[in-house]
Design a protein around this ligand. Structure first.
Ligand SMILES: [Zn+2]
Length: 357
């Protein structure tokens, strides 16, 4: 057996053990969050079986706190097996990872394995070890307080409000719903003041090494509107890692699409069927680190055609141009898309493009 295979097997075993210990006693909640119909979660009552269709052979027993069930027709299993009812397309290990993510085990499972061993590039005054740890702890806390997006929550309302075609099951795991995001603002004396708490969307930004290096927040209302705050979108305090992205989808084949905003990137997925990463903002697009894209030959770049800012600079448009030039210099094929008209809403633009099969 090769070292690679052995390592992967050991890592899988570790994840299974961690998922089992973390989920102990929490299966009724977990299965409900996953979307399993309540009728399959009534304790020790004979009812219809989600596997074999028997009408009165099934009972949810949760015998050892492991989400177990038993059916007199087709046998029994634990909560991980029951999850396959709601996630028929997920493999066993994917269900294990879903459990880990849902229970806030560290930061998200990476859609793409880190390939680069590059040390993250830092800029400016380096953070002290204490400050780095403090910021990292803030990120982890926010992430762990948040949970998977589910139908009816404010993030779901917000995203499907903008993109009615988006299926809840297709909302990537790097996006989460936080019930009460604190919004801080600096007063005249530069002291931070807590303005309020709002439901919101948190997104994990992964650095070139694949490790989460910042958290992006979108402040919302319970109805899925934008919160009444000056900046609806904010990044958390930076770990000074450059070149990160919100890796919404794992690249298929050797192609990847790139856009600025999360919503635009999701639209690219919905309407064009492409794996798309969000660069967060124009700065992120300029700094994006290509070392993670060794296996990508074709890059599709969806550029904003933004209005000039106060200084006459069209930052988003130019950032897309620079990114394209860098990609070409690295021998990659690049296809650029941008609305012809300045100021066009990117979702409308992506929606108007021909569908790809
Ligand atoms: Zn059955």
């Amino acid at each position: 057996m090769s070292v690679d295979v052995l390592e992967r097997r050991l890592e899988n075993e570790r994840q299974v053990a961690e998922a089992q210990s973390r989920s102990d006693g929490r299966w009724p909640d977990l299965l409900q969050v996953a979307g399993l119909d309540e009728q399959y979660l009534r304790l020790k009552r004979n009812g219809p079986c989600p596997f074999c269709g028997g009408k009165d052979r099934y009972a949810f027993t949760d015998k050892y706190g492991d989400g177990s069930y038993f059916c007199r027709g087709c046998g029994g299993g634990n909560g991980l097996k029951l999850l396959s009812v709601v996630f028929p397309e997920k493999t066993f290990m994917q269900r294990v990872r879903w459990v880990l993510e849902s229970l806030g085990a560290g930061l998200p499972e990476l859609p793409v394995r880190p390939r680069s061993s590059d040390a993250p590039r830092r800029s400016g005054e380096p953070l002290s070890r204490e400050e780095f740890a403090r910021r990292k702890a803030r990120h982890v806390k926010l992430w762990n307080e948040a949970r998977r997006v589910s139908v009816g929550d404010p993030v779901w309302k917000y995203l499907t409000g903008r993109l009615p075609e988006l299926d809840a099951a297709d909302i990537p795991a790097v996006l989460r719903f936080h019930p009460a995001l604190p919004y801080w603002e600096q007063d005249e004396d530069e002291n931070f003041v807590l303005v309020g708490k709002f439901p919101g969307m948190v997104a994990a930004i992964q650095g070139p090494d694949g490790v989460c290096c910042n958290i992006h927040r979108t402040f919302l209302t319970e109805d899925g509107g934008k919160a009444p705050v000056p900046s609806v979108r904010k990044k958390e305090l930076s770990l000074q890692v450059k070149g990160g992205a919100i890796r919404l989808h794992a690249p298929a084949s050797r192609e990847l699409s790139i856009a600025e905003g999360i919503e635009t990137s999701l639209a690219v997925r919905v309407f064009r069927g492409e794996a798309c990463w969000s660069m967060v903002d124009a700065g992120g697009m300029e700094e994006f680190n290509f070392s993670v894209l060794d296996d990508i030959d074709l890059l599709r770049i969806y550029r904003d055609n933004d209005l000039p800012d106060g200084r006459g600079v069209r930052r988003g448009f130019q950032a897309g141009e620079k990114l394209a030039e860098r990609a070409k210099a690295m021998g990659k094929r690049v296809i650029k898309y941008a609305p012809a008209k300045t100021g066009t809403d990117m979702l409308d633009f992506v929606r108007s493009l021909p569908k790809r099969s």
